[in-house]
Design a protein around this ligand. Structure first.
Ligand code: NAD
Length: 348
């Protein structure tokens, strides 16, 4: 497998393969860019079908973090770690500590945090081996689990898009289809339910579905069909790549606003959605709440008001992107990429 010729290789500065035989660690850490600061992005733990899938994920996710951090105005570069679980292998403290040692060997060029499959307890294990970690639960500056702030950002982004695109002042009475009821998806459902939206949900975990039926009176969809639900907003909050050449023609929502990273399987699908009259808000803009929360810990900011200001700036940015997109009849995704690209180009 050639890495330099890989279709997702975007001149990443460094790609590291980490192995620790004793704990069973097999990980890839990709540093897309350190132009704006240390490459920062979560660690994903997943049972990938192949090493090629894990590499693709690490390359795409780390590039996405460069754009996310740049667009959010943070002085952080883009990086991501993925831990590949083998069939039958489970997460252990030893595994997370071995990952921590791999992060430590990068000498601060990469700062890790939580992502899918990883929580604050895991980050506490990582912290025993390296200080280049954020999203900790304990400590004077600890920012904790970033998911609630991510969910808040997604929720506020939905409200902004509903106001500008659907011409609705609130989400009350809107129907939202949520894919994935994990840390972010569940919190998002709580906020939507409290605001009077009705919910249809899908998850591979049956327990989450049962809980959602009870807590939100949510309708249940098959995981293969959630994108086809006739609703106002589709919120992908599971893994990436849900918007493909096959699924895009099947989407019936007017808006797509969700937390999952890399929702578009191919960049060109932003145009296909636009042609269908569907407004897709760029994932890396909408889901930046979590990294803003982590950035507060990295910058040593304790004040909650700092994050609130960032979240409110995020809504101003979405307004500008949507207005710009409407005037130029271009996908919001393209405009967001340009905003991030300009900031990256200006950085030394
Ligand atoms: P999580 O692991 O807590 O939850 C993911 C949920 O998706 C789980 O409930 C899982 O069962 C479900 N799922 C997996 N595959 C599915 C499928 N095919 N169909 C339906 N459900 C499926 O992860 P999370 O922290 O909630 O993150 C969700 C997404 O948001 C990820 O893509 C993550 O990268 C992104 N994200 C998270 C944060 C954060 O703060 N946690 C920040 C930015 C982006």
């Amino acid at each position: 497998m050639s890495i330099f010729e890989h279709q997702d290789f975007d001149n990443h500065e460094t790609v590291v393969f980490a192995r620790d035989q004793a704990s069973g660690l097999r990980a890839i850490i990709a540093l897309h860019s350190t132009r704006l600061g240390p490459a920062t992005g979560g660690c994903r733990l997943w049972a990938y079908d192949s090493e090629a899938d894990a590499l693709k994920d690490a390359l795409r996710l780390s590039r996405g973090m460069s754009f996310k951090n740049a667009a959010a105005g943070l002085n952080l570069g883009g990086g991501k770690g993925v831990i590949m679980l083998e069939p039958g292998q489970s997460k252990t403290p030893e595994l997370m500590r071995a990952f921590g040692r791999a992060v430590e060997r990068l000498n601060g060029a990469y700062i890790t945090a939580e992502d899918v499959g990883v929580d604050t307890d895991d980050m506490a294990e990582v912290r025993t081996e390296t200080r280049h970690v954020t999203g900790l639960a304990d400590g004077a500056l600890a920012s904790g689990d970033p998911s609630p702030v991510t969910a808040r950002g997604v929720f506020e982004s939905m409200k902004t898009a509903a106001r500008l695109v659907l011409k609705r002042e609130s989400l009350a009475g809107r129907h939202v289809a949520v894919q994935g009821l994990g840390h972010v998806g569940w919190r998002l459902c709580e906020l939507l339910n409290a605001d009077g939206a009705s919910l249809t949900v899908a998850d591979i975990n049956g327990e989450h579905l049962e809980k959602a039926q009870v807590a939100f009176d949510a309708g249940i969809a098959d995981t293969k069909d959630i994108h086809k639900i006739d609703c106002d907003i589709f919120a992908p909050c599971a893994l990436g790549g849900i918007l493909t050449r096959q699924t895009v023609p099947e989407v019936r929502a007017r808006l797509i606003v969700g937390a999952a990273n890399n929702q578009l399987a191919e960049e060109s699908l932003a145009g296909a959605l636009q042609e269908r009259g569907i407004t897709y808000l760029p994932d890396f803009i909408v889901n930046a709440g979590g990294i803003m929360n982590a950035a507060a810990e990295i910058e040593g900011v304790v004040a909650k008001s700092w994050i609130e200001e960032k979240l409110s700036g995020l809504q101003d940015q979405i307004e500008r992107i949507l207005e710009h997109a409407a005037v130029e009849s271009r996908p919001p995704h393209q405009i967001a990429i340009e905003i991030a690209g300009k900031r990256l180009a200006m950085a030394r």
